[in-house]
Design a protein around this ligand. Structure first.
Ligand SMILES: C[S@@+](CC[C@H](N)C(=O)[O-])C[C@H]1O[C@@H](n2cnc3c(N)ncnc32)[C@H](O)[C@@H]1O
Length: 233
């Protein structure tokens, strides 16, 4: 058998003519030309086999990490009651238009997901501090990497439960949650937010509160964006 430069002679052990496989070793009647010496040596030395083994190990690590990330996202979504589905571009634009341009104080995104909304906020309100809070580890990590890559200096992303953080200094609170999530936040808003603080909620209303404005998106769901003001105490 003639082998080209760089070939190892054992492209598929047991398939190539002249190879015998047995006892965990492959043998060939001819000595191999360049690249690999004998088949005994080639199992350890052949660059092609080594590369293939490396690629198999690399593929296994990538697939393992992807599966672990997926499991983490699913488990956390079941735990908190919502997936990290990002706000649409139209919703992001509407959220930004609902916030006064001269906002200086902290803007919170409660459940900041992959970071789509906080990145838009960081660009649109360079004088304000944008605070994202996200419980799910994978979206949180991705948003941290994105924030570093984009180099936002006015963005702070915490991993944790937004129920455990103080909203005392918030000037604006943004959220895109689900009905029970909004109910659980209502008490926190009433206890912690200063009067006149702005709340902008994508899709879900705050039961019992009267919005000062509802923006209806021109999308298939006619998605509402609710704008509330914390009433005087
Ligand atoms: C629908 S996503 C919205 C993401 C982002 N705010 C946006 O609009 O693109 C809701 C996010 O809230 C997060 N979340 C839900 N409950 C949470 C909690 N108690 N603390 C922190 N994050 C929470 C979920 O993990 C999910 O990533």
């Amino acid at each position: 058998m003639l082998l080209g430069e760089g070939d190892c002679g054992v492209p598929e052990i047991g398939q190539a003519a002249g190879w015998e496989v047995g006892g965990g070793q492959a043998r060939h009647s001819d000595s191999v030309v360049s690249g690999c010496a004998t088949a005994d040596d080639s199992l350890d030395l052949c660059p092609r086999i080594r590369d293939k083994r490396f690629m198999n190990a690399f593929d296994a690590i990538v697939v393992g990490l992807a599966v672990a990330a997926l499991i983490s996202i699913v488990v956390t979504s079941l735990r908190v009651g919502i997936s990290p589905m990002p706000s649409s571009r139209k919703a992001q634009k509407a959220i930004i238009s609902a916030i006064p341009p001269n906002t200086h104080g902290p803007i919170f995104d409660l459940g900041s997901g992959w970071g789509n909304v906080i990145f838009s906020l960081a660009r649109s309100f360079p004088l304000a501090t944008i605070r994202g809070v996200e419980l799910s580890p994978v979206p949180w990590a991705v948003s941290r990497i994105g924030a570093s890559l984009f180099g936002y200096s006015n963005l702070d992303i915490q991993r944790g439960n937004f129920q455990d953080i103080s909203l005392d200094d918030a000037e604006v609170v943004v959220c895109y949650l689900f009905p029970d999530g909004m109910t659980s936040l209502k008490t926190k808003f009433e206890e912690e937010l200063k009067p006149n603080t702005l709340i902008v909620s994508n899709t879900f209303r705050l039961a019992g509160w009267e919005p000062e404005e509802v923006i209806t998106l021109n999308d298939v769901h006619q998605t509402p964006i609710y704008r509330y003001r914390v009433p005087a105490k």
